[in-house]
Design a protein around this ligand. Structure first.
Ligand code: NAG
Ligand code: NAG
Ligand code: NAG
Length: 386
């Protein structure tokens, strides 16, 4: 009798221990993706390429008070391992992005000196979350921050503040130009500790080419990595990098639109920069909706300001993220690029342009005739263009 009772006691005890263990396990898992409201955290990747308006779109997210934003964290991977190819670096980039989404900033230890502070991060000052409380005591969390003011006041805080700030936010948004293949991201899409959404931002390759010519020097190291030159810097005079970028846009869009595995459902959105420039508020509202963010009154006013060439005080800064006449600027390639170059770009990017709704021009006359529309209207929001 006594024996049996003891056994029952032990069994009950074991059951209790097991239950506690499972509960602990379950709650630990939840810590990763729940904010204080118990709502699932959102991880948004802005997938784009150089000179495609991604800094502007990044700002749209960065300034939202629910967003922890990081611009190009994988820059550190590329700079450290510049003799490798983009393909070889894909996995290190993916691993870094995953860690940042989970606010595990120890991943930067591989790429930074031991003594580091917030300003060791590439482009840290464009992140409102790193310029406000608790990362930096100078500005409240819901302030629209300016890169310049932030740079002077917020750089010297301990690197640990990055993680501390990140943990507070319901949304973590990362902008990257260093992915060239959607399949590389599949493990993140199926990772139960992540709730990943992908915003694929594209721009007319002719406008990209014009913009790239203006920042030629700054792009040579990245070009070398894209073209796998073993660390040699290259100028993209033959438009081989543009070709690779166009190829990757086709691969990403085609995969998401026509061959999407079920785990991509409702997790991919394509945005053309030209549409954002033409009707910022509509496009931004759609992007926020996709990311499960609310457009506040204050943000709406700020968006009006920056798309009409004024920021609170600093005109120059408004200009760096958009333009007083953005629609005109997005057509600037039409007066600036020689037709021969336009033809070459169209040749290497034909597939992407057809797919994304960018009309080819057949002559210099067509190129210069601004009455000829080269950005075809989008038919439906997501997957089909006229
Ligand atoms: C790459 O560059 C390094 C140093 O510049 C050199 O030692 C190495 O042999 C090169 N590798 C190839 C495959 O060319
Ligand atoms: C918008 O611009 C006006 C005029 O420059 C300024 O007073 C206001 O503070 C700005 N609002 C936002 C939210 O940036
Ligand atoms: C657009 O820019 C071009 C070249 O800079 C200029 O000639 C043209 O007048 C501008 N158009 C508008 C509507 O501002």
């Amino acid at each position: 009798m006594a024996k049996i009772r003891i056994r029952g006691f032990v069994a009950t005890g074991l059951l209790v221990i097991q239950t506690i263990f499972l509960l602990v396990l379950y709650s630990r898992q939840n810590i990763h993706y729940s904010d204080t409201d118990g709502k699932e955290k959102v991880h948004l990747l802005i997938l784009s390429s150089w000179r495609s308006g991604s800094s502007f779109v990044g700002q749209i997210f960065s300034q939202h008070p629910d967003v922890f934003y990081m611009m190009e964290p994988a820059w550190h991977v590329w700079v450290t391992m510049f003799q490798n190819s983009a393909k070889v670096l894909h996995m290190a980039v993916r691993d870094l992005v995953r860690s940042v989404f989970l606010c595990d900033m120890s991943v930067f230890d591989s790429y930074m000196p031991k003594e580091k502070d917030v300003s060791s991060l590439f482009q840290w000052a464009v992140s409102r979350a790193l310029c406000t409380v608790p990362a930096c005591k100078s500005f409240p969390r819901d302030e629209i921050t300016s890169e310049l003011a932030c740079k002077t006041l917020c750089g010297k805080y301990p690197f640990d503040n990055v993680k501390q700030a990140c943990n507070l936010y319901s949304h973590v948004v990362i902008k990257e130009v260093r992915f060239f293949d959607l399949k590389v991201l599949y493990p993140l899409l199926t990772d139960p500790s992540l709730n990943l959404k992908i915003l694929h931002l594209v721009r007319d390759p002719r406008a990209v080419a014009k913009s790239r010519e203006q920042s030629r020097k700054a792009l040579t190291r990245d070009n070398g990595i894209v073209l796998n030159t073993n660390g040699t810097k290259v100028d993209d005079i033959k438009f081989e990098v543009i070709q690779e970028i166009c190829r990757s846009h086709v691969q990403i869009y085609e995969t998401a639109a026509f061959k999407a595995p079920s785990f991509l459902k409702n997790r991919y959105m394509l945005v053309r920069y030209e549409d954002v420039v033409r009707d910022p508020l509509r496009e931004i509202s759609e992007m926020y909706k996709f990311a499960e963010l609310k457009l506040t009154n204050k943000l709406e006013k700020w968006i009006y300001n920056i798309t009409h060439g004024q920021s609170s005080g600093n005109k120059k800064e408004a200009f760096t993220i958009t333009s007083r006449n953005a629609v005109n600027v997005s057509q600037a390639w039409r007066y600036v690029l020689p037709f021969e170059k336009v033809k070459t770009i169209q040749d290497v990017c034909k597939g992407a342009m057809n797919m994304l709704g960018y009309q080819l021009v057949d002559s210099e006359a067509e190129q210069k005739d601004l009455n000829m529309e080269v950005v075809l209207p989008r038919k439906q929001y997501q997957f089909s263009w006229s």
